[in-house]
Design a protein around this ligand. Structure first.
Ligand code: HEC
Length: 111
């Protein structure tokens, strides 16, 4: 009984730690596979408005200018949408959005 409660608490603590890890992960610290996955997701879902490889966005904002210290806002805006930007939460899981974040931050050479 007590042991079960402790296991539950430990699991919860680990879950919070990983969400916190997403919110605070600094740029440049991503796995190559994650960036590659983000690039594929970007090409499939985002480039029509934000530009091929984030260059010359047709309609959406230039993601190269998105603040690098706001992964929390990225997760929120992409999941729930914002103004003219459609929500993606039905289509993309948080882990997918994290891959997209890694691509936006680290996936293309900055000029
Ligand atoms: C249908 C066109 C369209 C598509 C597709 C699209 N976006 Fe956007 N996005 C926009 C527009 C327009 C804005 C500017 C919204 C505004 O007025 O603030 C935007 C804004 C954003 C922002 C900034 C939000 C903020 O908090 O300032 C992010 C981040 C973003 N898009 C990421 C993505 C990602 C990731 C994808 C692919 C999963 C994507 N967008 C697909 C149109 C699009």
């Amino acid at each position: 009984m007590i042991r079960g409660a402790i296991t539950t608490l430990t699991t919860l603590a680990l879950m919070c730690a990983s969400v916190k890890g997403f919110a605070q992960s600094p740029g440049g610290n991503f796995l190559p596979e994650q960036i590659k996955k983000g690039a594929a997701l970007y090409a499939a879902n985002c480039e029509s408005c934000h530009g091929v490889r984030m260059l010359g966005p047709q309609w959406g904002i230039d993601l190269a200018t998105f603040p690098r210290d706001r992964p929390d806002r990225f997760l929120d805006s992409v999941t729930n949408g914002t103004k003219a930007m459609p929500p993606w939460g039905d289509l993309l899981k948080p882990v997918d959005i994290q891959a997209l974040w890694s691509y936006v931050v680290a996936g293309e050479p900055k000029n």
